[in-house]
Design a protein around this ligand. Structure first.
Ligand SMILES: [Zn+2]
Length: 194
């Protein structure tokens, strides 16, 4: 075979291999969990049904359900999203404060957003940033991310002293880290359009 032809064959094979991998990957993607009344979403590691209630007020958690008050004509999906962000903020705040108190440190503020590259981060100015999607993960996973970011207020690296602080707070980090790796696409399916 001429070098050119060989390169072309090799390139074709590479593309086919990649296409197979991509197709397998897409196939394994979890189904979207749109914010529709009656649909299920992931909350604190469990599937709960979204219940629409006509009216105003705060969203509330009931057995296996998340009840979203929604005035007539209001956007249910938007209300659901805001309710999950509020629940996330509340939980992330409690856990971060708890770890900061125990480690005798403090943070300046907490930001909750739809982050894409990291579940949490800690700025040089002591601001903690989190993904609201952590409220969809089991409580011990959210707790681990809080301990991780709070420990960065003291150790700005991922060295042995950093991990010792984290694990002193929440135990071995391996399981929650693995959960986040294995379930990232599940967390991003929450609120995705069908
Ligand atoms: Zn880190």
């Amino acid at each position: 075979m001429l070098p050119r032809a060989r390169d072309k064959k090799r390139a074709q094979k590479l593309i086919l291999d990649k296409a197979d991998w991509l197709a397998g990957h897409l196939h394994n993607l979890p189904p979207p969990m749109p914010f529709d009344p009656g649909a299920e979403v992931l909350l604190r590691g469990k599937n709960v049904a979204l219940v629409k209630e006509t009216g105003r007020g705060k969203a509330r958690e009931a057995d296996g359900a998340l009840i979203i008050p929604c005035p007539k004509g209001a956007n249910f999906a938007g209300r659901t999203r805001r309710a999950l962000i509020a629940l996330a903020r509340q939980e992330l705040d409690i856990q971060s404060r708890h770890h900061a108190d125990s480690l005798n440190t403090h943070f300046s503020a907490i930001t909750v957003r739809d982050t894409h590259s990291r579940w949490g981060s800690c700025s040089a100015a002591g601001r903690l940033n989190y993904s609201w999607r952590l409220i969809c993960a089991p409580a011990d996973v959210l707790d681990y991310v809080c301990a991780h970011e709070v420990a960065h207020l003291i150790e700005h690296n991922h060295g042995p002293r950093f991990w010792a602080l984290v694990e002193a707070r929440v135990g071995p980090a391996k399981a929650p880290r693995r959960w986040l790796r294995d379930n990232a696409s599940q967390l991003f399916a929450v609120g995705a359009e069908a």
